[in-house]
Design a protein around this ligand. Structure first.
Ligand code: AMP
Length: 336
C-alpha cells in the first residue's frame, strides 16, 4: 500500500465505493470536499446512481472482476471506502488482498466475519457481552442462535429455554456452525464512532435503531421473529448514558490497537441492548461504516456539532479525515 501511495497525485484523489449500503452518503460527502467520486455498481444498477450529479463516474461491473478494476483504479489515485455490502459481496478473504488502498483497518474484516473471534475481541476490550453457551443442555434462559454465515439477521432464531432449543436445533443441518447466546432483554441501540488519526481521538458520532422484519412488523405473534434489516431510525440517548457509550467506544479502539494493528481508523459501530437497569450489553461490532449513519445524511448527526462547528454526516466526516490526513502527510496512517 505504501509503495502504491508513493505514486499517487494527492491533488487528484478519487474515492471509490460499491454502489449500495451507504454509498450515496459517502460519495455526496466526498464531493463536498472536492475529491473525485466513483461508484462501482452491479450490472443493471448503474442507472440509479447516474441520477446523482455528485458521482463523477459510475462503473457497472460484475463484482467477481473487482480485482481487475481495482488495478485500473489505482492508476487514477483511487482510495476504496469499504462498507457492509462490499464485505458481503467480496467476502473477507478477497477484501484482505484487494489491490487498492482501503480507508480504515481492512484486517478487522476477518475478525468481523467470525462470530467467535468477534466476541473474543469485545471480551478482550472488557465490554459486557451476552453469555455464551457451548452446551445446549446447560441453557437456563432465553437464547438467540446465530448460524455462521447468517446475513442481516436472517438465519437467527430464538429459543425460550433448553427444551425449545433442543427441538429447534434438530432442524439445523449437521455440520452447520452456530453460536448460542443469551437473548438479552431490553431495547436495541447502535452507536456510531469515528476513530480519528488526524485529531487522535474517538468521536461518538451518532446512533440509530434498526427497523427489522419481522420483530418490528405487525405480525401479532403469527410468525417466528426474524431480524432482517429493512431500514434505520434515528435516536438520541439520555445524556447520562453517553459517558459509558463513549468509554466502550474507546475500550474497543484500544483493544483493536493491541490485537489488530494498525488499530481503529475511521467509522465503526458497537451494537447493543440496553437493559432496564440501564446497563449496556454489546453483541456485535462493525469495523467500518454502518448503514445506520444514513439517518443523518445531509443534515449531519446531532453529536457531530460537539466536535465541529458545522453538523457533519459520516460521508463528510470521512472526507474531512482523508483531506486533512493528506495535508498533514499522514494519508498512509488512515489506509491499509
Ligand atoms: P445482528 O445481525 O448480529 O446485528 O443481529 C440482528 C438482531 O438480532 C439485532 O438487531 C438484535 O435486535 C438482535 N440480537 C442479536 N443478538 C442479540 C442478543 N444477544 N440479545 C438480544 N438481541 C440480539
Amino acid at each position: 500500500m505504501e509503495t502504491v501511495l508513493k505514486n499517487y497525485d494527492l491533488g487528484k484523489l478519487n474515492i471509490v465505493t460499491i454502489a449500495s449500503h451507504s454509498s450515496l452518503q459517502i460519495l455526496r460527502g466526498i464531493k463536498r470536499y472536492g475529491l473525485g467520486t466513483v461508484a462501482v455498481a452491479k450490472p443493471g444498477l448503474g442507472w440509479f446512481y447516474r441520477r446523482f450529479s455528485f458521482i463523477d463516474r459510475v462503473i457497472e461491473v460484475d463484482l467477481s472482476n473487482l480485482e481487475q478494476l481495482a488495478n485500473d483504479l489505482v492508476k487514477d489515485n483511487s482510495i476504496l471506502i469499504p462498507h457492509g455490502s462490499y464485505v458481503e459481496y467480496v467476502g473477507w478473504r478477497r477484501a484482505l488482498s484487494m489491490p487498492i488502498p482501503t480507508f480504515g483497518n481492512r484486517y478487522l474484516i476477518e475478525w468481523e466475519a467470525d462470530q467467535r473471534k468477534k466476541m473474543r475481541l469485545l471480551e478482550y476490550a472488557g465490554i459486557p457481552i451476552p453469555k455464551s453457551f457451548n452446551e445446549p443442555a446447560l441453557v437456563d434462559r432465553p437464547v438467540i442462535v446465530k448460524l455462521s454465515g447468517a446475513k442481516g439477521g436472517r438465519g437467527y432464531f430464538i429459543a425460550k429455554d433448553a427444551a425449545d432449543l433442543a427441538s429447534k436445533l434438530s432442524g439445523v443441518n449437521v455440520g452447520d456452525d452456530y453460536i448460542i447466546q443469551e437473548y438479552v432483554i431490553g431495547v436495541p441501540a447502535y452507536y456510531h464512532y469515528f476513530g480519528s488519526k488526524v485529531y487522535d481521538r474517538v468521536e461518538l458520532f451518532g446512533m440509530d435503531l434498526r427497523y427489522e422484519s419481522n420483530v418490528d412488523g405487525r405480525t401479532f405473534n403469527l410468525t417466528e421473529p426474524t431480524f432482517v434489516v429493512v431500514g434505520n431510525i434515528p435516536v438520541v440517548l439520555r445524556e447520562s448514558l453517553l459517558p459509558i457509550v463513549q468509554k466502550y467506544g474507546e475500550d474497543f479502539s484500544r483493544a483493536v490497537s493491541e490485537l489488530v494493528p494498525p488499530g481503529m481508523i475511521g467509522p465503526y459501530s458497537l451494537e447493543s441492548i440496553i437493559k432496564d437497569d440501564l446497563s449496556i450489553v454489546v453483541f456485535e461490532f462493525s469495523g467500518r461504516i454502518v448503514a445506520g449513519t444514513n439517518v443523518y445524511m445531509g443534515v449531519g448527526s446531532p453529536y457531530s456539532v460537539l466536535y465541529f462547528n458545522e453538523p457533519m454526516d459520516m460521508g463528510e466526516r470521512i472526507a474531512h479525515e482523508i483531506v486533512n490526513a493528506a495535508k498533514m502527510g499522514k494519508l498512509s496512517e488512515v489506509l491499509t
